[in-house]
Design a protein around this ligand. Structure first.
Ligand code: GAR
Length: 193
């Protein structure tokens, strides 16, 4: 199964996917990392795993449509089947959505629809919620909306700081994303039989 991963920053989710032998052995092929931030740490991680990167800045295009069309043009010859958003901090619009209908998956660090948008962990912590979590979902044209694939709760412990809560949320994310991709691979391999 040929995928492209999109990321904007640190890239811990990208690395959790890229380093998994289990996923690779079941047929996951990360053909490309698409990154909109030339200084992002995720680019170093891609180098470590010898994964090609496409650094693409919105500022270099007249509008968002042209920006996304450049991505589509890059993905098409690679025969990408799924796009995995892993900390990609741009809203995806119809140019990309139209090219990959029901094939773009996003991970978000909250129990959506709560705390959609930026700084979800910070806002859940500030709100004092005893339970927060992670959502993986297919995207639509909204911000962090679309059909949910999997949701997991993360409980806030009594002594949690924002940093310790965040660390557990990231751990949960890494496990969940691997599991969702595993399910997708198994489904794809089943169909191919
Ligand atoms: C993750 O927590 C991911 O859920 C979040 O960005 C972080 C990226 O971390 N995504 C969103 O908030 C999307 N709205 P990472 O770069 O270490 O994978």
């Amino acid at each position: 199964m040929r995928v492209a991963v999109f990321a904007s920053g640190n890239g811990s989710n990208f690395e959790a996917i890229a380093k998994s032998d289990e996923l690779r052995n079941l047929g996951l092929e990360i053909e490309l990392l698409v990154c909109d931030q030339p200084q992002a740490h995720v680019l170093k991680r891609a180098e470590k795993y010898h994964i090609p990167v496409f650094v693409n800045r919105l500022a270099d295009y007249p509008d968002r449509n042209a920006y996304e069309q450049a991505i589509v043009d890059k993905l098409k010859p690679l025969k990408i089947e799924y796009v995995l958003l892993a900390g990609y901090m741009k809203v995806v619009t119809k140019t990309l959505l139209g090219a990959y209908p029901n094939r773009i998956i996003n991970i978000h660090p909250s129990l959506l629809p709560k705390f959609s948008g930026l700084e979800a962990i910070e806002r859940a912590f500030a709100a004092g919620d005893e339970v927060t979590g992670v959502t993986i979902h297919y995207i639509d044209e909204g911000v962090d909306t679309g059909p949910v694939i999997k949701q997991c709760k993360v409980v806030r412990l009594r002594n949690d700081t924002e940093a310790s809560l965040e660390a557990r949320i990231h751990q949960t994310e890494h496990q969940m994303y691997r599991q969702v991709i595993l399910d997708l691979l198994n489904k794809n391999n089943e169909v191919a039989k």
